[in-house]
Design a protein around this ligand. Structure first.
Ligand code: ARG
Length: 461
């Protein structure tokens, strides 16, 4: 048992208590961040005359040595230490002796852990954003290739109006675009540095908090030392954004599962991204999509977990907050894996254009356009709606579609119909006439693709 405290204790910690309290098994993930923060801290201590140049150099050298040895696998982070902070400090003192004991001057594990988590989350915000951008690239290329791939659009999972595959994929593009923008907002808001807040009341040493903040790429220092060590809002915001990403991925997965079913056959998932059944030889299952849908609950769970952990905590630091780590680490890994696998599945998936188009021709997806045709001939919309309703009923009885009826049959229900109706309600017209921005008509979609490509380019810049 190796811990940083003990002076005021007369008895050894109970073994079970020690294990219950320790966090090294999971906070070793913060190794890099802890070293980075410690280097910035001692560089500042020297600048402020709190450490000598030699002491600073010895500590920085010791820390970089520890980093190198851990990376190369010659030094192991073992469970005999209470947490990653203790491991690094003890290893440092082991290496450089007394100078190492000065590293923690003007610092508490409370601001140290707040910093480490912030550094970790901040870089993961960028990693998740990169994965989202890869998915957006896939979506935009599917959109570009499918401007005239007609398919039915649904409401209540009932065929509603025809649209295009580009338009349908474009809906997901907008969702994931909002996710990227959400991450940008979070990054900006969280990018202030808690280091130098001490246990919660700052410190009597003349620390230069702006300097340490700038060394680690923060906008500046946080403005209340009590809030700094007690704040986990940025984790909650990030988990909330991750939950929204998963919600989007899960809806998309659900559609792919439906589209991949025997009844739909709109898509075929590539063999490399499907799995088989141990008993039914004919099966090719959409397991990736199902797992993404399933893992959504796990990420929501992380968000709920931290919201609940934080809700009753008095200021400032409480050990409850150690519970922020495992679920957050797990949620981040889960979302990154889901994004990578989903993108792989989507980019290799085959869309059955013919099946989609045939499906769009059935189910009276042109009923709205047939009503609009009558409106254009002067029939009030409510009356037109009624006339087309009668037509649909007639078609159902005859097992036909509106555009397959003869002009005589159409006129028997409304004399307003003329032969130009066939062109007006053709699948192509139904889609291509929808030209307001955001609608599926080709020209409108081309404009949206142009805007979104510019968005992607700006992200890269
Ligand atoms: N392992 C702790 C955590 O993750 C580090 C901070 C410990 N601070 C303390 N006062 N015990 O929150």
């Amino acid at each position: 048992m190796a811990q940083l405290w003990g002076g005021r204790f007369t008895k050894e910690t109970d073994k079970l208590v020690y294990q219950f309290n320790a966090s090294i098994t999971f906070d070793k993930k913060l190794f890099e961040q802890d070293i980075e923060g410690s280097i910035a801290h001692v560089v500042m201590l020297e600048k402020q005359g709190i450490l000598s140049c030699d002491e600073k150099d010895a500590i920085v050298k010791g820390l970089t040595g520890i980093r190198k040895d851990v990376e190369e696998g010659t030094l192991f982070i073992t469970d005999e230490y209470e947490d990653i902070h203790s491991f690094i400090e003890a290893s440092l003192i082991d290496r450089i002796g007394d100078a190492g004991k000065k590293m923690h001057t003007g610092r508490s594990r409370n601001d140290q852990v707040a910093l480490d988590m912030k550094l970790y989350v901040r870089s993961e915000v960028l990693h998740v954003s990169e994965h989202l951008q890869e998915l957006l690239e896939t979506l935009i290329s599917i959109m570009e290739e499918n401007l005239t791939t007609y398919m039915p659009g649904f409401t209540h999972l009932q065929k509603a109006q025809p649209t295009t595959l580009a338009h349908h994929m474009g809906a997901y593009f907008e969702m994931f675009k909002r996710d990227v923008l959400r991450l940008k907002d979070i990054y900006k808001r969280m990018n202030v540095c808690p280091l130098g807040s001490g246990a919660f009341a700052g410190t009597t040493y003349p620390l230069d908090r702006s300097y340490t903040a700038s060394l680690m790429g923060f906008e500046g220092p946080t403005l209340n030392s009590m809030d700094s060590v007690a704040d986990r809002d940025y984790i909650i915001e990030f988990l909330s954004a991750l939950s929204t990403i998963m919600m989007h991925l899960s809806r998309f997965s659900e559609e792919i599962i439906i589209w991949n079913s025997n009844e739909y056959r709109f898509v075929e998932i590539d063999d490399g991204f499907s799995t088989g059944s141990s008993i039914m030889p004919q099966k090719k299952n959409p397991d990736i999509a199902e797992l993404v849908r399933g893992k959504t609950g796990r990420v929501y769970g992380a968000l709920m977990s931290i919201l609940t952990t934080m809700k009753g905590l008095p200021l400032a630091y409480n050990k409850d907050m150690q519970e922020d780590k495992e679920v957050t680490f797990d949620a981040i890994e889960t979302v990154k894996n889901c994004l990578v696998l989903f993108n792989g599945m989507l980019s290799t998936m085959k869309f059955n254009h013919k099946v989609m188009e045939e499906s769009a021709m059935k189910g009276f997806t042109n009923a709205t356009d047939a009503a609009d045709y009558l409106v254009n001939k002067g029939v009030p919309f409510r009356d037109a709606h009624g006339i087309i309703g009668q037509l649909v009923l007639y078609c159902i009885e005859k097992n036909s579609s509106i555009d397959a009826l003869s002009i005589e049959e159409l006129r028997a229900i409304s004399p307003v119909f003329d032969v130009d109706v066939y062109d007006a309600i053709s699948l192509k017209t139904c889609v291509e006439k929808r030209l307001t921005i955001g609608a599926p008509g080709q020209k409108a979609m081309e404009e949206v693709i142009r805007i979104n490509k510019e968005f992607l380019n700006q992200l890269k810049a």
